[in-house]
Design a protein around this ligand. Structure first.
Ligand code: FE2
Length: 198
């Protein structure tokens, strides 16, 4: 069985996001790796013991896969976006042209992204590129998996779970978390993801 291992992230000092916040958050990410492996191990164990007897338990564990797996993978989109440090917004780039075509302008794209990020509840605000439709989408995922779009390429993943900012901000200040997230973004990582989809 494949065993997943936690990625290591080299995150520089960030503005308005503390080292403690990052450390706590990376620790939570590592918990998802542990649980993906645990979940798969339990399915294997129960299947080996008595697949018929434990059919309901196996099915129940399997239903958790989307939560744990996406919890792992979404954070692997999240933390690298800060690696290398902040870079200027890629105004004038192909990415800008694609986003402006849909949202009107770069500023309107950012405003829309922030608005979706302010959705109620815990989840993710994600910008992705749909290769089939050749168009970007910004949407909200409840938890890590409910509302996820299939077969799109993630360009920006913004964690809007309270655990992503509660060391530094209270829930009523989540717009500050969004501003801090964007302020520290290495847009070249985002551009590279976009270029890879073309
Ligand atoms: Fe998170």
């Amino acid at each position: 069985m494949h065993i997943y291992e936690a990625e290591k992230f080299t995150i520089p000092s960030l503005e308005c996001i503390s080292e403690k916040q990052i450390a706590v958050h990376v620790g939570l990410y590592e918990g998802y790796i542990k649980h993906v492996n645990l979940l798969r191990g339990q399915i294997a164990d129960l299947s080996q013991q008595d697949a018929e007897k434990y059919a309901f338990a196996i099915e129940s564990v399997r239903r958790r896969m989307g939560f744990e797996f996406n919890g792992m993978r979404m954070h692997e989109f999240y933390f690298p976006q800060w690696e290398g440090g902040a870079t200027p917004e890629p105004r004038g780039s192909e990415l800008d042209r694609a986003l402006s075509e849909k949202y009107g302008s770069w500023d309107e794209f950012v405003a829309h992204f922030k608005k979706v990020g302010m959705s109620r509840g815990s989840g993710w605000c994600t910008l992705a590129w749909d290769k089939v439709g050749k168009t970007p989408h910004i949407w909200w995922t409840v938890d890590h998996e409910l509302g996820m779009l299939a077969d799109v390429e993630v360009l920006v993943a913004m964690d809007m779970w309270e655990h992503a900012y509660m060391v530094d901000y209270v829930p009523a200040e989540k717009s500050k978390h969004i501003d801090a997230f964007l302020k520290n973004l290495n847009w070249s990582v985002v551009e590279q993801r976009f270029v890879a989809t073309q």
